[in-house]
Each structure stands twice: as C-alpha cells, then as structure tokens.
Write a protein that binds this ligand. Sequence first.
Ligand SMILES: NC(=O)c1ccc[n+]([C@@H]2O[C@H](COP(=O)([O-])OP(=O)(O)OC[C@H]3O[C@@H](n4cnc5c(N)ncnc54)[C@H](OP(=O)(O)O)[C@@H]3O)[C@@H](O)[C@H]2O)c1
Length: 326
Amino acid sequence: MKAMITTAYGSADVFQLKELPKPTAGPNELLIKIHASSVTKADTMMRTGKPYIGRLFTGISKPKMEVWGCGFAGTVEAVGSAVSKFKKGDKVFGENINQMGAYAEYIILQENGILAPLPQNLSFEEAAGMCDGAITSLNFLLNLGKIKKGDKVLINGASGSLGTAAVQIAKYYGADVSGVCSAKNAEMVKALGADKTIDYKEEDFTQHENTYDLIYDTVGKSSFSAAKKALTENGQYLSPVLGMPLMVDMIKTAVYGKKKAKFSATGALPLKETKRLMEIMREMIEEGKLYGVIDRCYDLEELSEAHQYVDRGHKKGNVVVLPTAA
Ligand SMILES: NC(=O)c1ccc[n+]([C@@H]2O[C@H](COP(=O)([O-])OP(=O)(O)OC[C@H]3O[C@@H](n4cnc5c(N)ncnc54)[C@H](OP(=O)(O)O)[C@@H]3O)[C@@H](O)[C@H]2O)c1
C-alpha cells in the first residue's frame, strides 16, 4: 500500500511516499480502506516534535511511528475472527490516537477503538476532518464548561477546526454564542449558529466587562488574566492550548476566586469517555445539527503541502487528504 512516512521530526517536507506491506487484521481488529484522513493543527505540532513534552508519547529523538495521521474515514475491507460489531463493507470513521497510521491507504483499528458507523448524511471527507474539532469541543464545553441553556458563550477562533464545531455545539445546547473571527469568515460563523460575530482585527473581546459565562479560546490567543474581566461572576475561561501562564492560572484559580481557568488534554481521556463524546457527536450529525466544514482536500502525495497550509494557522474548519477514491 501507499503511505506517507516520516523518520524524523521537522518541517512539512519530512514526509516521503513509500510502498509498505498491506496490513492484516488480528482477531479483534478491522482492516479499513481509508478514503479521507485529517490534517489538524495537533498533527502539525506532533510532526515538529514541539513542544518537546509531547515527545514523551511520540518518541524522544525521533517519531515512534513511521506513519502519522489520526482522523480517518473509510470502508471496512476485512474483519478479524472475533469481531462482531462491524462487517466487510461498513462505512466507518474515527481516530487512531495512540497508533496513528492514517496517512496511508489502509489502517488497522481495534474493534473497541474510537470508531463509529459513518452517518448517512456525512461524506468521508467531512467525517475524517471533523472528529478532532468536535470531540475536543464537546469535551471542553460539556465536561469542563458544563454548558447550559441561556449561557453567554464566547468562542475565540470560531472559524478553525475546534471553533466551527464549538459554535454549533454551543448553539445546540441553547447558549447565546459570540464567535470571534476575521471579517472574511463572519458569514460562515453566523451560518453555523453564532448570534453575533466579533472581528478580532477590529475589536478586543477581553475589554468587554462582566459579559460571558464561558470563554472558550480554541486558538489560545488570549489569556485568563486578560480575559478575566469579560467573565461573569462565576465565569470560566477554557483553552485547549497549554502554556505556562495557563498552567499557573489553573493552579491559582483552583484554590482562589470564583472565576476559573481550565485545560484538558482530550487525547488523554479514558477510551470510554472519548467514545461517549463521539456518540454525542454522531447523534448531533444524524439530527442535522453538526456539520463538518472543509477548507481544502489534497491527494495523499500532497501531504507536505497540506501540512504547510495548516502550519500557516488560517485554515477554515478542516483540511483532509485523500489516500484512495471512495
Ligand atoms: N487540548 C486538547 O485536547 C486539544 C485537542 C485538539 C487541538 N488542540 C489545539 O487547539 C488549537 C486549535 O486547533 P484548531 O485545529 O482549531 O486550529 P486551526 O483550525 O488551525 O485554527 C485556525 C483558525 O484560527 C483563526 N485565528 C487565527 N488567529 C486568530 C486570532 N488571533 N483570533 C481569532 N481567531 C484566529 C484563523 O482565522 P483567520 O484566518 O481569520 O485568522 C483560522 O480560521 C491548536 O493549538 C491545537 O493543537 C488541543
């Protein structure tokens, strides 16, 4: 099978096309033919090996896995002898968080892994692209933020992968949603359900006073100390981008004050919890309440270009690569 491999951390041109043996499924495994895989901001960070702390999981001096790529959607080509929930020909999507391997024509998944049947109203491209953003934003808004009807929620980075999902999720749970994005993306963010958009090049949301019950800064461009006054009395500041200031603010606010700063590593959640969030995502998709926004699609061989594009930090929703035709 064709695969894009990496043997070192580095820039977007570390990928090389290689012919690898087609894998075979063990008793509890599925062999999946991949039609689309995602290229996320998190993927580009893993590729660079920075921040270095991430290398504790991905390999200290070089990547442990030859083939990167986490989110995927495809068709089950073969199942192991003990598999009961899936059969050959099923359309599926999911994430292979620990083993990776989605930048290839085929992938092996455990039957009980992060995997679900593809909703009928979702394309392979949408499905592969949206898992990371939707599962992460469900984790932040539901588990950390305990979002509820009537909450005033501000999503910073509303046009990105996490942000486009977050706007839809916050609206679904009955919040009043303000989406921070640039003018070029305002129409899209409104169409996803935002009640209001704020152009980050014209207005600084951190200067608002006592306004938001939840501030979810999906792109980590603000800080708790700057955004604090924009929070209501018991407001919470959530960010998926961990740096030293956020760590200090989390420790401080865990002990003092009503306003809290919070972070979670969604990829490190217990499997059972990730599967629960994926099921919520799948139900929302089937109800027509959650869509995947696709910015660009690339052929598998163009993976370096796809990573370069995501590196720039201005994608709209999600970017996918297409290892095989559906
Ligand atoms: N902790 C976790 O569990 C977890 C899980 C997944 C991802 N993450 C992290 O979450 C972060 C976001 O990921 P993502 O995939 O959503 O990013 P992304 O899609 O690459 O974000 C790009 C978007 O951000 C917007 N943007 C750029 N600068 C902005 C600013 N100053 N203010 C507001 N919006 C701005 C861009 O809009 P313009 O083009 O208009 O600038 C663009 O649409 C990454 O750092 C990723 O590593 C964490």
